[in-house]
Design a protein. Structure first.
Length: 126
């Protein structure tokens, strides 16, 4: 009888040890999964919601710089403005316009810039 109790006790002890191992593996899995989800959420929060380089049309860029669109064509090399043809329209990178304003201290129109801010979000501030 006593031998049976010892054998039963040993069996139960082995089962409990096995369950503890299983529980620790499940706990490790849950912790790793939560860490992975947290990192993915941080990565998504850090990602910008807009393209990295927002663009404005030539008319908006000219209005911001207080020049005509034709004069903007003439001065874009002097100001170092980068531009891109999208179909038949010319678009200027807003970051380049802001940098040109800071570098040359040229006059600019805050109202036109605010209109661009309303159209696009997360733009560089002047």
């Amino acid at each position: 009888m006593e031998q049976e109790n010892i054998t039963t006790y040993e069996c139960l002890k082995e089962e409990v040890a096995g369950m503890r191992g299983d529980l620790s593996r499940v706990l490790d899995y849950i912790v790793a999964k939560e860490e992975k989800e947290r990192k993915a959420k941080e990565k998504n929060d850090a990602r910008p919601q807009l393209p990295a380089r927002p663009m404005v049309t030539k008319d908006e860029a000219a209005a911001i710089l207080l020049v005509s669109p034709r004069h903007l064509q003439r001065i874009r090399k002097k100001l170092g403005l980068k531009w891109k043809m999208v179909g038949r329209e010319t678009h200027y990178y807003l970051k380049e316009i802001v940098d040109a304003i800071h570098a040359t201290q040229c006059p600019w129109d805050s109202v036109a810039y605010e209109k661009a801010l309303k159209r696009l979000t997360r733009l560089p501030r002047l």
